[in-house]
Design a binder for this molecule. Structure first.
Ligand code: NAD
Length: 375
């Protein structure tokens, strides 16, 4: 069986990579970018840094700062208008997964029209979108290298999964120094998101030799550095390894797919406004426990890659240590239980049917080693 790999054709990786943004535009033959970002990025001075780097080579740009966390379709439409009425030839997505996903969706709707609903799975986005240069500022989603965008339908509270090679950014600038300012809660949530991508890509039914190596490398980088990167935000070494791990995990899952954690996480996020990484973290231990019997060796490999089972050989013992670590990680990073997040038990039960249908419709649960029924 072969595995088809897609990722950006151009990546600038390392401290100070942001300053190469004008070079990247030149390599892509782009001259009129629109920056897609948010007000936090503006207040931190990151947007200005891009503007200055572009001005230094005589390039002007437009700026859209109204992207929202966990973006809705309504939130991106003003930027679609801005692109359609302007003369922009590319988008610079600067921010977390939300800004990057917004830019992908803006680039898609501006070029091809319609609504995001038209492009959700099972549609495969092969349409070429306006070129996106993705600059992540969280170490988490991997959106800078993935063929995915997730946009919420504000009318139905559905997080719509849209996938296809057309959504791969043309270039990614991966500068861990931009993550030094991430608040601890967001660093924890996004870091567990990245770890979940690596684990799910490795146990996915669509895993292959290439994505396996990316996923295992990601686990080796993320697991020993996640707590330190959250608790000591000035630790450059931990931040750099977490960022690189998140990008590798993105390459892994974009090519091997995610599985049941993500399938169930999206409806929880959409209906109860739980940040994406946190809803993954809430589910990861229970779903790992559910799935281990169908893929004992692969989960044992995850334990070994995470440095949890260097001294033992038994797969059974390795997966026990994996379970303990995932539970302890949530405790150490203060991931709330759903009830502690304020999710109303009655409302939750009323929505279970809908959420189960939405989870299954996304297709992700079918990639899980143990495939769940709706019940
Ligand atoms: P986010 O982009 O929603 O950002 C969360 C908050 O952190 C925002 O307020 C943002 O302004 C702030 N922030 C970001 N970077 C910062 C920095 N360096 N310093 C200070 N504050 C900063 O969070 P996220 O977890 O990166 O992205 C979540 C979104 O990504 C969700 O919508 C999720 O569905 C999506 N996602 C996409 C993919 C994909 O492959 N496309 C994969 C996983 C998740």
């Amino acid at each position: 069986m072969t595995q088809r790999i897609v990722m950006p054709g151009l990546m600038e990786i390392g401290a100070g990579a942001l300053d190469k943004v004008a070079d990247m535009l030149k390599l892509l033959s782009c001259r009129q970018p629109l920056i897609i970002s948010d007000r936090v990025m503006s207040e931190l001075g990151y947007v200005r840094r891009v503007e200055i780097a572009l001005a230094a080579v005589g390039l002007e740009c437009g700026v859209f700062l109204d992207t929202e966390p966990e973006p809705t379709e309504a939130s991106i439409l003003p930027a679609v208008d801005q692109v359609v009425t302007g003369q922009f030839d590319c988008l610079i997505a600067l921010g977390g997964g939300s800004a990057i996903d917004s830019a992908k969706a803006i680039g898609l709707l501006a070029q091809h029209g319609g609504q995001m609903r038209d492009y959700k799975v099972p549609h495969v986005v092969t349409e070429a979108i306006l070129p996106v240069i993705a600059i992540p500022t969280t170490a988490g989603t991997g959106s800078e290298v993935t063929r995915v965008t997730i946009i919420t339908d504000q009318d139905t509270d559905e997080k719509m999964l849209c996938m296809g090679p057309g959504l791969i950014p043309q270039a990614a600038i991966i500068d861990y120094e931009l993550t030094l300012s991430v608040p601890a809660r967001i660093a924890a949530d996004t870091g567990i998101d990245a770890l979940t991508h690596a684990i799910e890509a490795y146990v996915s039914a669509k895993a292959g030799v290439y994505s396996d190596q990316q996923a295992l490398s990601a686990m080796r980088l993320i697991a020993p550095n996640l707590r330190e990167a959250v608790n000591t935000p000035g630790n450059h070494d931990a931040k750099e390894k977490l960022m690189l791990g998140a990008t590798l995990a993105g390459i892994a899952f974009s090519n091997a797919s995610v599985a049941l954690v993500h399938g169930m996480s999206r409806p929880i996020g959409a209906h109860f406004h739980v940040p994406h990484g946190m809803s993954n973290a809430m589910l990861l231990p229970a779903i790992t426990e559910f799935s281990i019997p169908a893929s004992l060796t692969r989960y044992a490999d995850c334990a070994r890659a995470m440095g949890l089972a260097d001294d033992i050989v038994s797969d059974e013992e390795a997966v026990q240590r994996l379970m303990s670590e995932l539970t302890q990680l949530n405790a150490d990073l203060q991931v709330p239980a759903m009830s502690d997040f304020g999710i109303d038990r009655h409302q939750y039960h009323e929505l279970l049917d809908t959420m189960a249908e939405q989870a299954l419709a996304s297709g992700s649960p079918n990639n899980n080693p143990r495939i769940p029924s709706k019940n």
